[in-house]
Design a protein around this ligand. Structure first.
Ligand code: SF4
Length: 421
């Protein structure tokens, strides 16, 4: 099989929202600012709850009864039970908020934190990120997965510099035009940084809404998603939008979890349709199942003493822009193909253990072949390089390639344990 180079729909998540988040201290009337986030006065949320105005501006008459007090309950709950101390919280700097939003897509908070801190250390300002070579950004991102996010991150920083004078636009519709930023992410940034009152709809919010309002159907389908956006807009309160959005995400991450939601601890328990009808395990409905195909690739580790040969992948598609190992075409003779394509003498060929890597839409079984080679004196083709094994750590490598080369490095010059053939 040949690794695809076309952009992959799920490798380039436009708006795959996370389970995360931040609280941004914003100067809302009635908000007391504490060192770990915004704090509402109790009387404020009590008043909202009693008045049943949590459903939006003045409470929308056409909303189901479950909507009454929805936002107020969440806002009040968040004061005591929400998350307030993430590294990206308590700031209205759109660069930091945006960076965390992108990193947290499809990625756990604990995984993101060291990457987020490293990025800020290397690129303290958006201008630093925009000015960096994309290869350096990819190298820093290495291991975080979904590499289209890193490419778009770099492209977005450059777009903000060139199109907006280095300042993030405030309008969520304009933010959503930037590379790699979808509607929910744009609304998040506008809400947390610029005081907008724009609804969000990440995976956590979808789960909470589907359960609280008993919405059937796969939430990723066009029809259901459209309905959820309309509901999210109706529920958006006129005030305390940042706290409300944060509360939804925190509730989805910590209480209304995918498996075993803690309904007894949920501020929405009294109005939740799924709980009342015993459907918490059914909602939200799962994506219709499809078979994930298994593909195969033979990758060559050309080793010349302490260094290995790597190629830069095409800028889009699987592992786009990262360094990878050459792929042996199906049916090719290993020795002949390697000698001809890389101007080298092949001394030995030995198989290494296979590994399987899961992508969003297929699994890839990788069969590495370790070739000890002696390169001829010839100019190196563009995009190829000999990388010392001692320099693996700082290289922009996808996780499976790093794993293969890590085993080569660890083995010294001993042969790798061979796989069964
Ligand atoms: S009551 Fe249970 S199912 Fe309903 S929103 Fe709360 S945690 Fe989720």
């Amino acid at each position: 099989m040949s690794l695809p180079v076309k952009p992959l729909k799920r490798d380039a998540p436009k708006d795959m929202e996370p389970h995360k988040r931040r609280t941004v201290v914003t100067p809302f009337p009635g908000v007391e600012v504490g060192i770990r986030g915004a704090q509402l006065r109790a009387t404020e949320t009590d008043r909202l709850c009693k008045a049943g105005r949590g459903a939006g501006a003045g409470g929308k008459a056409d909303l189901p009864s479950a909507a009454r007090g929805f936002s107020a309950r969440l806002i009040r709950w968040h004061q005591r039970h929400g998350r307030h101390d993430m590294p990206w919280q308590n700031t209205t700097d759109p660069y930091r908020v945006w960076l965390s939003e992108i990193m947290l897509q499809q990625t756990q908070v604990a995984t993101v934190i060291p990457y987020y801190l490293r990025f800020l250390e290397r690129f303290p300002q958006l201008a630093d990120l925009a000015a960096a070579p994309v290869g350096e950004v990819m190298a820093l991102w290495s291991g975080l997965g979904y590499y289209a996010r890193a490419r778009n991150l770099h492209a977005c920083a450059q777009a903000v510099m060139s199109q907006h004078g280095g300042r993030f636009p405030h309008d969520p519709d304009v933010i959503a035009q930037l590379p790699g930023i979808g509607r929910s992410t744009a609304n998040s940034i506008a809400t947390f940084c610029f005081g907008a009152h724009a609804p969000i709809l990440d995976g956590n919010v979808k789960r909470v809404l589907c359960r609280a309002f008993g919405i059937a159907g796969f939430p990723g389908s066009g029809t259901v998603e459209k309905r959820l956006w309309a509901l999210a807009a109706e529920l958006m309160p006129k005030r305390h939008g940042a706290i409300y959005n944060q509360a939804q995400m925190d509730l989805g991450a910590s209480v209304c979890a995918r498996a075993k939601p803690r309904c007894d601890a949920c501020p929405l328990a009294e109005l939740c349709v799924a709980r009342a009808t015993g459907r918490t395990a059914e909602l939200p409905e799962a994506k219709p199942r499809r078979t994930i195909p298994l593909r195969h690739a033979t990758l060559l580790v050309l080793q010349d003493g302490p260094r290995v040969l790597l190629e830069t992948r095409p800028p889009t598609g699987i592992w786009g822009g990262l360094l990878s190992l050459p792929e042996l075409p199906a049916g090719a003779d290993t020795q002949e193909w390697a000698a001809r394509n890389f101007n080298c003498t092949v001394l030995t060929v030995s198989p290494a253990p296979t590994l399987v890597h899961a992508f969003s839409h297929f699994r890839l079984q990788i069969a590495p072949l370790l070739l000890q080679v002696r390169p001829q004196a010839a100019a190196m083709e563009p995009g190829r390089q000999w990388l010392p094994l001692s320099a693996l750590e700082g290289a922009a490598l996808p996780t499976p390639i790093r794993s293969i080369l890590g085993a080569v490095q660890a083995s010294g010059n001993k042969p790798l344990p061979s796989r069964k053939r």
